[in-house]
Write a protein of this length. Structure first.
Length: 534
């Protein structure tokens, strides 16, 4: 708890200064995520890496955030939230600089881990600063504004990243972060109130070690499962180590640590538990389009990274409109109706994406992504706010750290699972063929490495191969392999979207368990009540 509470100092001017500072800093973190997603195929081509190796560019970033976020509350309590928040932004900017100069894939992955560590410290503290700056009756609206502003980053990221990648300037997708980070630190230094902790907690070293072992081993097992098989001895060994690590972490936090990194007892609050379970499932349900669609558009359909960014743009635009509306309605009626409608929409939308074909109209894909953006705006921020609504204000940083850490780890596992499902549909012959094509690709790194379903061979379009396998026998040498590659890749994307479809159904039923209309909604005030059930 702070000696000088931000809440007591809050005025109309101050709370908006806090919002501006937090939004600007987090903007950089969100921007980098979407830029890298669009540039992912180009990064594979640049380093000549397989899908499973190069997925670490994304997975290690998310894993590092998941490992760093439990430290955020501890560091904020010990050194002050303002100081630690700005330090996180600085570390992220430094990691971006190293990414831009990375000469090899391992160095890039290591620098992405540094980025994730900085972002993992900044994200939960930014949320806690907002909660303390705004009164309970305005928190939904404030986070709606926060949401619509940070959704500018997913809109700008693919466009900017796509343009730079298409110009063979992919390193500048990282070089744009340091100036933004420097300005974010400057604004935060000027606008964020100074705070001095009245208590300096000790580090929960045993909890930190067991958390790193648990989450790290589980992610590593998921990442190698695509190549080795989910039942291979090595995969099972790492999964076993991960499960044991997580069990040990839980026991340490509940029964050993005097000042735990993560307050797992917050799960005793029913609303917090339900909202977080929903958040974990929604990560899988919503992440399909964000991870899978750029790969589909570039590798199969021959779209450039810039074109892919334009195609993904409607999802960010509609998400921006729906998230501000959700923030307004959340303050009045609670989360149940918003989340239920959002996931019902997502169920239908994901089922439609699971039917995707090699020749599906780009215009239709953009419509589906726009609908998906509405569901995104109604659900992700709403479930996050709902969980924190039953956390006492003095523990908001702890609740934010716990929610962010577990969500980010679930996201990284979801990427590994979807990559595995996608790769499982590719036969060894086609996998070798694609690797050869990738290695022999003479185009610029910004160009699609293998436009499998867009190419024309012998006058027969790949979409015809996909619709009628018998046409493969009529194709010239090489055309047969391209046609077969198109068929197998499309099947892989359909299977991956099926996974997200079932996750969306589960999320829909979990959403019905949240509080809100037609029953009374207590909002933020529930967090300061005496009942631990929430």
């Amino acid at each position: 708890m702070l000696k000088t509470s931000l809440k007591s100092k809050t005025s109309l001017e101050l709370k908006w200064k806090v919002l501006i500072s937090v939004v600007f800093g987090i903007f950089m973190v969100i921007l980098d995520t979407t830029v890298v997603n669009v540039a992912f195929p180009a990064l594979r081509a640049e380093y000549g890496a397989s899908l499973n190796d190069s997925q670490w560019i994304i997975s290690i970033y998310v894993l590092a955030i998941g490992i760093a976020t439990p430290l955020a509350a501890f560091l904020g309590d010990r050194f002050g939230m303002k100081r630690v928040f700005l330090s996180g932004l600085s570390i992220f900017a430094l990691g971006s600089l190293v990414c831009g100069f990375a000469p090899s894939l391992p160095i890039l992955i290591a620098a992405r881990a540094l980025q994730g560590f900085g972002g993992g410290i900044a994200l939960p503290l930014g949320t806690a600063l907002l909660f303390q700056a705004f009164p309970p009756s305005e928190q939904g609206f404030a986070f709606g504004i926060f949401g619509i502003v940070i959704l500018v980053a997913p809109a700008i990221g693919p466009i900017t990243g796509g343009f730079l990648v298409d110009q063979n300037l992919w390193r500048f997708i990282f070089f744009i972060n340091p100036p933004i980070g420097a300005l974010g630190v400057f604004l935060g230094s000027r606008f964020l109130p100074d705070d001095k902790p009245d208590h300096k907690p000790t580090i929960d070293l045993l909890g930190l070690i067991t958390e790193i072992i648990g989450f790290g081993a589980v992610l590593y097992a998921a990442s190698i499962a695509a190549n080795d098989g989910w039942t291979s001895p090595q995969v099972l060994m790492w999964f076993g180590i991960g499960v044991l690590g997580l069990v040990a972490f839980t026991l340490v936090e509940l029964f050993v640590a005097k000042e735990p990194l993560l307050d797992l007892r917050l799960y005793a609050r029913k609303v917090f538990l339900n909202a977080n379970l929903l958040g974990y499932v929604s990560v899988v349900a919503l992440f399909g389009a964000e991870f899978l669609m750029p790969i589909y558009l570039q590798t199969l359909r021959g779209q450039t990274a810039f074109q892919s960014g334009l195609i993904l743009l409607p999802m960010a635009i509609t998400g921006g409109f729906s998230i501000i509306l959700a923030g307004r309605l959340y303050d009045r009626m609670g989360p149940r109706l918003l989340v239920t409608f959002g996931f019902a929409l997502l169920v239908v939308n994901t089922w439609q994406l699971s039917l995707i074909q090699a020749g599906t109209s780009i215009q239709w894909i953009m419509i589906l992504l726009a609908i998906r953006g509405i569901a995104l705006g109604l659900t992700v921020q709403t479930t996050f706010l709902t969980g924190l609504s039953v956390v006492p204000l003095r523990k908001v940083a702890q609740g934010s750290s716990l929610t962010n850490a577990t969500r980010q780890v679930m996201q990284s596992i979801a990427v590994a699972i979807l990559a595995t499902v996608l790769a499982s549909a590719i036969s060894p012959q086609i996998s070798n063929f694609e690797q050869q094509a990738l290695a022999n690709n003479s185009s610029a790194p910004g160009d699609p490495p293998v436009a499998i379903c867009q190419a024309n061979t012998g006058g027969l379009a790949m979409v015809d191969y996909q619709e009628n396998a018998n046409l493969l026998t009529q194709a010239p040498p090489g055309g047969q392999l391209l046609g077969q590659a198109c068929m197998e890749n499309v099947a892989g994307f359909q299977r991956a979207y099926n996974v997200t479809f079932y996750a969306a159904i589960l999320a829909l039923f979990l959403g019905l368990l949240l509080p809100g209309w037609p029953f009374k909604w207590a909002g933020r005030r529930a967090g300061d009540g005496p009942s631990i059930s929430g």
